[in-house]
Design a binder for this molecule. Structure first.
Ligand SMILES: [Fe+2]
Ligand SMILES: [Fe+2]
Length: 474
């Protein structure tokens, strides 16, 4: 499964044997590069960046690190090896062989799933395109760029599926993926979290921790798919996603570490004094966390969804770790508890499990995201500071599903407009918070130097020193 880099489009799918597909992708490639130059990391075209490039899809395949100019990054098509005699393992078709092609009756739904996933990839690059101008260090700048080129590759992964399996419709979708723009009024990205701004590095770290983790869960569900090329594609994407979440978790952790250090030096928890000392106070970090968590869990969709049921029963999209679950993988007679508002309080009701699968995935996601928050709390605890970060209640600040119409505090109380309006400044980042965080964002690019508001990492990338020259600016 090694990757053929002699081709114009690196791949491990024998692209040279499929001339029509090769031609279609080679026509898309310059449009992609045009999009990258337009909407990719601002001003970065000539930088030599110390990036990893996949040389094969096995775990050792990431070993190749070297300086690359980003527009010359070897974006390509990498699928995990197929499993021999793989069988559909959930839904109505359970036990039948997996599909190597798209069944006609599932074509529209599969296309929609692939386009929706594909749309998030360039969207995040667009959201992050100005961040390089305010990087806190070369190390962080390099990590940003690594995330960006890999999101670009994820777009390639989805466009490959569209071109290969969806004919002209697929090619048109491939073009549209390069035309929508994050935050654009007339032609926005499909999902709302991908139209929000990522204006500063605290937002970036929160985004890569929370929102890239949504990516992980969506990809895990698609890695179960009966459409085998989709399963194999998403499995490889997951190996890339892990790094993105590392960037987020370690980034937030280093912000917290630096804040705690200054809190102890100044012996204060007063946000005003800490801000004057140039670090981000913990309550502000909590508000950013509340925002990114709540916006991200909306991405899982409505809590009751007949689409989710259809995607599962028809075998298009499984559950997280479907193979490890011990039920019948058809969910017959099973129910799941879903929250809704009953007057002034939240109440649970039982919903047929297939219709609650968005909620099931959301709850799996929530369990997973709590882990890193606990590790952040360890940093605060170790500094001897009596403050704990917490993910807000899942009904807090929701815009999608049955919880969208009500106002709920981070601790899970239904509140009236009056209390919401009185308290929202303690719960979500205010304009003032954002302006303060923005005011800290200066550009630090001397190797080994870090902005005042963030601690250096414990180790560098690929066993290089922290002070390594990760980016050459030319
Ligand atoms: Fe991605
Ligand atoms: Fe990602």
């Amino acid at each position: 499964m090694s990757i053929d880099y002699s081709e114009k489009i690196p791949n491990n799918v024998n692209l040279s044997e499929d001339r029509t597909l090769k031609r279609a992708l080679e026509q898309w490639q310059p449009n992609y590069l045009h999009w990258w130059r337009d909407m990719g990391p601002e001003g970065s075209t000539d930088y030599d960046v110390y990036l990893r490039t996949a040389v094969s899809v096995d775990p050792q395949g990431w070993a190749q690190f070297g300086y690359v100019k980003m527009p010359e990054y070897r974006w390509g098509i990498f699928l995990n090896p197929g499993e021999k005699d793989r069988k559909i393992h959930f839904g109505d078709h359970k036990g039948e062989p997996v599909w190597q092609d798209v069944p006609g009756e599932h074509r529209a739904n599969l296309r929609r799933i692939i386009v929706t996933q594909g749309d998030t990839e360039p969207a995040s690059v667009e959201q992050q395109r100005h961040l390089g101008l305010t990087c806190p260090s070369q190390y962080d700048l390099r990590n940003l760029f690594q995330v960006n080129v890999e999101e670009g590759r994820h777009l390639w992964a989805m466009v490959y599926l569209l071109h290969k399996y969806f004919g002209r419709d697929g090619r048109e979708e491939g073009e549209a993926l390069l035309e929508r723009r994050s935050g654009n009024q007339d032609n926005p990205r499909i999902l709302q979290a991908f139209n929000e701004k990522t204006p500063d590095w605290l937002s970036f770290f929160m985004f890569t921790y929370f929102t890239d983790r949504d990516g992980k869960f969506q990809l895990c569900a698609l890695a179960e798919s009966s459409f085998d090329p989709l399963a194999r594609t998403t499995k490889f994407m997951l190996t890339e996603e892990a790094h993105h979440m590392f960037v987020g978790e370690s980034g937030v952790s280093r912000v917290i570490q630096r804040t705690c250090q200054v809190m102890n030096e100044l012996k204060t928890d007063d946000p005003g004094r800490l801000r004057a000392a140039g670090v981000i106070d913990l309550p502000t970090i909590q508000r950013y966390l509340n925002f990114h968590f709540s916006v991200t869990i909306d991405l899982f969709g409505a809590d009751e969804s007949s689409n989710a049921a259809t995607f599962y029963s028809s075998g298009l999209k499984g559950r997280f770790e479907e193979g490890k679950r011990t039920d019948d993988h058809q969910l017959r007679g099973l129910t799941y508890k879903v929250l809704h508002a009953e007057g002034d309080r939240l109440a649970e009701k039982d919903v047929p499990m297939p219709n609650a699968l968005n909620e099931v995935l959301r709850d799996d996601y929530i369990r997973d995201s709590i882990g890193g928050v606990e590790r952040w709390n360890k940093v605060i605890e170790k500094a001897g500071i009596p403050f704990r970060l917490k993910v807000p209640h899942k009904a807090f600040n929701r815009k999608i599903g049955s919880l969208a119409g009500i106002k709920v505090s981070p601790d899970g109380r239904v509140v009236h407009d009056h209390e919401w309006n009185m308290s929202v400044e303690q719960w979500l980042p205010t304009d003032e918070d954002r302006a303060f965080v923005a005011s800290l964002m200066g550009r630090v690019i001397e190797p080994g130097k870090f902005a005042n508001w963030i601690a250096p990492p414990a180790i560098g990338i690929n066993r290089q020193p922290v002070a390594f020259e990760y980016v050459r600016f030319n």
